[in-house]
Ligand binder design. Structure first.
Ligand code: AHM
Ligand code: MG
Length: 339
């Protein structure tokens, strides 16, 4: 059976298109890919190898960590710390910047990641995944990287991607020249290009939101969802479907493949906890926004473009509304009318 384009071939081709790029970036992506394969394999063994359930720890955001959160975080770090391509890393599961052990050379990239997004799904065999974002260390920065080096708006991402561990394992990637999807061929252990040049349909009849929080929503979000729910009899004149996987990565992947809108907006409940949203800007909202925009969609807080937000902290949260262009534009318009 012929083998299609592997993710490594694809990245090397990409590198050849860009001037003044060393092989560092290709090597870094390769290590990220290997880390994701290792996480994919661990997730698949589940109960057989005793990796399900909670650990006895909390992350900095006060969330109970799952065993798989910690295992995935360690796999990602160990695979990416040694080769000399990254300067430092940061993740959902670590309070502060992760500095590389002294024996390893420092590179020019900063790697930010959510090692296992949707980890509450692990115990029910639901879809989970890894999200990552690659930034360049700011020009002229010296010494060990600091938090400040990481606080770059999403527009500065060099690459963003996610690995989705569903019925098949997929990797979706952008380097700012469109979005490509790869499926892990378990027989040869390689991600193969299966979804070239992914584009989000501009119109949709799907939305994804946790409607258990409806009573806390701001009026523009409430208006949009009410109109969707009214279906054919309402102002939209068509019926909508609702989906909620409980893992952003799975819900956004659906949006990317079939169109739709994913919303985890700021609401009254989050504000009462002094939070600017639930999802984290650097390693959830920004990488997914980069992918969505590169596929022709939009990503906003409701009032601001997500990738233009200046991050104030490693674990900063933000309101997230992303997906099909015409639907997101409508939601932005509802926010403007409400101001
Ligand atoms: P996690 O990174 O700890 O898994 O949390 C993020 C997840 C998203 O993947 C998902 O969209 C959301 O939290 C679900 O939250 P809720 O349980 O409030 O619906
Ligand atoms: Mg997450």
């Amino acid at each position: 059976m012929p083998i299609g384009t592997t993710i490594t071939e694809y990245i090397i081709e990409e590198q050849r298109r860009i001037q003044n790029v060393s092989g560092d970036f290709t090597a870094l992506i390769n290590d990220v890919v290997i880390a994701c394969k290792a996480i994919s394999s661990t997730v698949r063994y589940g109960s057989l190898v005793g990796v399900l359930g909670v650990a006895d720890t909390e992350n900095i955001q006060g969330e109970t960590q799952k065993k798989l959160d910690i295992i995935s975080n360690n796999l990602f770090i160990k695979r990416n710390e040694w080769a000399g391509h990254v300067a430092a890393m940061a993740s959902e599961e670590m309070d502060d910047v992760y500095h590389l052990p002294n024996q390893y050379p420092r590179g020019k990239y900063l790697l930010v990641f959510d090692p296992l997004d949707g980890s509450s799904n692990t115990d029910v065999n639901g879809a989970v995944g890894t999200i990552f974002s690659i930034l360049r260390r700011p020009e002229g920065a010296r010494g060990e990287p600091t938090t400040r080096d990481f606080l770059q708006p999403g527009d500065r991402q060099v690459c963003a991607g996610y690995a989705l561990y569903g019925p098949s394992s997929m990797m979706v990637l952008t380097t700012g020249h469109g979005v490509n999807g790869f499926t892990l061929d378990q027989r040869i252990g390689e991600y193969i290009l299966t979804n070239p040049n992914m584009q989000i349909p501009e119109n949709t009849h799907d939305f994804a939101i946790n409607s258990a929080y409806m009573r806390f929503w701001d009026p523009p979000v409430r208006r949009y969802i009410d109109e969707c729910l009214a279906g054919k009899d309402g102002p939209r004149g068509k019926d909508f479907n609702m989906r909620w996987a409980g893992a952003m990565i799975a819900d956004v992947h659906r949006v990317l493949c079939q169109g739709g809108v994913f919303l985890y907006p700021i609401d009254r409940k989050l504000r009462s906890k002094h939070q600017e949203g639930k999802l984290r800007l650097l390693y959830e909202a920004n990488p997914m926004s980069f992918i969505i925009e590169q596929a022709g969609g939009l990503a906003t807080t409701g009032t601001e473009r997500i990738m233009a937000l200046p991050p104030a902290g490693l674990h900063q949260r933000c309101s997230v509304i992303m997906g099909s262009k015409n639907e997101v534009e409508r939601i932005i318009a509802y926010h403007l009318e409400d101001q």
